[in-house]
Design a protein around this ligand. Sequence first.
Ligand SMILES: O=C(O)CCC(=O)C(=O)O
Length: 297
Amino acid sequence: MAWYDVDEMAVLTQEQIAQFWHDGVLTVANAVTPAQLAALRHDFDAWVEERRAYAAPYGETIGGRPRFDMQPGHSADDPALRRVQAPTELSAAYYDAMANSRMTDMVADLIGPDVKLHHSKINSKLPGSGTEVKWHQDFPFTPHSNSDLVTALLMVDEVTPENGPLEVQLGSHKGPIHPIWQDGVFTGAVAAELEARMKRGAVSCHGPAGSVCLMHTRVAHGSAPNRSAHPRTLFICVYSAGDAVPLTPNPVPTKHQGLFVRGGDPGRIRSEAFEVARPQYPKTSFFAQQSESERTT
Ligand SMILES: O=C(O)CCC(=O)C(=O)O
């Protein structure tokens, strides 16, 4: 898949915008400034250190669920922080990257002019942690009246083919919405045989730290454990068009939901026809929903 570098002042070109709507994915370098990137890394490193002291998920978001979620097996010597929910509430650096960066401008080029935040999170794969993401589309987790939603995955670390990059099925945003309930259980993942097929045709999204992967909400994707000696930290912001209205509770509640980061409230609701099973609200995090052993404990 092609990825692009753009100069300091540019926003996306028509070619890049066309590529996004064709593939459902576009990776662009330098989505934040070097100073913004350094601030993101600084705050994340501090959270990893701080979490060594905790054996179980810790902290609280406005939904009453843990702020910091760890992979089972986490310990002080082997910290396995896998998720920080709503980091824009904790850190000026994360807020700034979400609301005031070239990443924000790029999203406006795709689904603007009116763009609002739905939620934010950090997905972390520390070396050897085993954290993986089973294949799914984001839309059935966060259905809206229309599907003009972009999941922006900002690479806080360099992402390589070895450290568990996002893998996508190009063009899948134009296909069906695949169930993430299997045999009456909310697994948060497509059926195993479909996942195997999707993996065979997958393309991975990697790039230097500071790059962003802009992904349409209906693109099928997943990611494997980090087999390398280097961390893979993604700051993920989910944005919607101003006229897309959420139909179910936010699985990552945040006081910043609905914040207009570009433009303003158009005062209109736009809808598309689709049918989707209601998602199950998570008890702790998305990772626990996807894990058979964590679901049953
Ligand atoms: O962390 C990743 O590799 C993928 C993120 C993802 O699929 C999600 O959070 O929905």
